[in-house]
Design a protein around this ligand. Structure first.
Ligand code: HEC
Ligand code: HEC
Length: 316
């Protein structure tokens, strides 16, 4: 065998070893595969990412959630209880303990039933961020624990949300209501204060920017950092990573400040659709072009065929 071939063989062998051996191995070490819990909120995942001394409290909490989930909720009675929620969750609400409470117009469509029960019972436990709220530090929605102590009342409110706040939700609404209070999305033209309006005067634009910065300061004080812009996260991370991360951020980023967002299957589907849309804004244009390109090829093929026939006719 000549020298060049030997060198080539060595280089090829190394490349193959790197490509199929080292790179996937390093990847699996840095981004361990997480299976998720199939959007079932039963505490199984939480217990796996909890220190040993807390496991008992978590098990008891999720057992209570299951008990409440088994109760039959009364939609009419739940409407009155829901007024407790809208005291904080209203359009134009101010920042509260770090974030602005989202509107709950589509909460029944976005969130899982068991998750909602858990959230009303104990927001920090439901969001799996209870490790942050120790000592005197309370969760911004924590006062609900004292306002709604009756299991039947919790079941009623959740029945009401599931029946009356479960209308059709667009991908954008899903994103705004479940992620928008913390994450900006530049390509979606939104900040933590919602969609950025158009301004006629520079002065008004600057005043608005100051409000955004003030909101971000409060979020930073609450979360420890400003949550990343999610414009192109869909391209930076895999679909699977995003789904399992949203379902339980602790599973991928142990100790992270981001709370679990207890999305239902429909909610997850809609949020992902929005992230895909902002992550790849030219996709609709590309998709729309597809049929025209195909049509061009069909016409071209027909013309080429006719041309070929006419050439051969002259030759015979
Ligand atoms: C004292 C004010 C307050 C009350 C009362 C309140 N909430 Fe909240 N809620 C908040 C705040 C603040 C947040 C955002 C917390 C965060 O992001 O850490 C929040 C978050 C939520 C979320 C988003 C959860 C997620 O995983 O992203 C839902 C859903 C919700 N609340 C439902 C309710 C329901 C239902 C009620 C009534 C039973 C209620 N809230 C009562 C303040 C309140
Ligand atoms: C209460 C605030 C809050 C809400 C609500 C929230 N996040 Fe986050 N998110 C954070 C914070 C804080 C981080 C930074 C985490 C860190 O670095 O520890 C983060 C990080 C992320 C990351 C980056 C993970 C990585 O490192 O690659 C993604 C993706 C993400 N969030 C998606 C979402 C989506 C999607 C939603 C809505 C379904 C959402 N978040 C709702 C606070 C929030």
């Amino acid at each position: 065998m000549n020298k060049e071939l030997k060198i080539f063989a060595v280089v090829a062998a190394f490349t193959i070893a790197l490509y199929w051996g080292v790179e996937p191995f390093a990847h699996s070490q840095m981004h361990a595969h997480v299976d998720g819990n199939g959007l079932v909120y039963d505490g199984k995942a939480d217990i796996a990412y909890t220190s040993k001394d807390k496991v008992k409290a978590k098990k008891a909490f999720w057992a209570d959630v299951k008990t409440i989930a088994a109760l039959k909720g009364d939609v009419t009675a739940g409407e009155a209880g829901f007024a407790t929620c809208t005291g904080c969750h209203m359009d134009g609400a101010a920042n509260m303990g770090g974030v602005t409470p989202p509107i709950l117009d589509h909460a029944g469509a976005l969130y899982d039933k068991n998750y909602l029960i858990a959230l009303i019972k104990d927001p920090a436990m439901a969001m799996n961020t209870d490790h942050k709220f120790t000592g005197t530090r309370t969760h911004p929605m924590g006062s609900i624990k004292a306002m709604m102590t009756d299991n039947q009342q919790i079941a009623d409110v959740v029945a009401y949300i599931k029946a009356k706040k479960a209308g059709e939700v667009t991908p954008k609404e899903a994103y705004v209501e479940s992620c928008g209070r913390c994450h900006a999305n530049r390509y979606g033209n939104s900040t933590q204060l919602g969609e950025t309006p158009k301004f006629k005067y520079k002065k008004d634009e600057l005043a608005y920017q100051i409000k955004v910065l003030e909101e971000q300061d409060l979020i930073k004080a609450y979360m420890g950092k400003i949550p990343p812009d999610l414009s192109i996260i869909y391209r930076a991370r895999s679909h699977h990573f995003l789904e399992t991360f949203i379902e339980n951020p602790q599973s991928q980023l142990h100790g992270t400040a981001m709370p679990r967002v207890g999305l239902s299957e429909n909610g997850m589907h809609k949020v992902m659709a929005y992230l895909e849309e902002t992550g790849d804004p030219s996709k609709p244009a590309r998709d729309a072009l597809g049929p025209w390109v195909l049509l061009f090829f069909v016409i071209f093929t027909i013309l080429a065929y006719l041309w070929k026939n006419s050439l051969w006719r002259d030759l015979h």
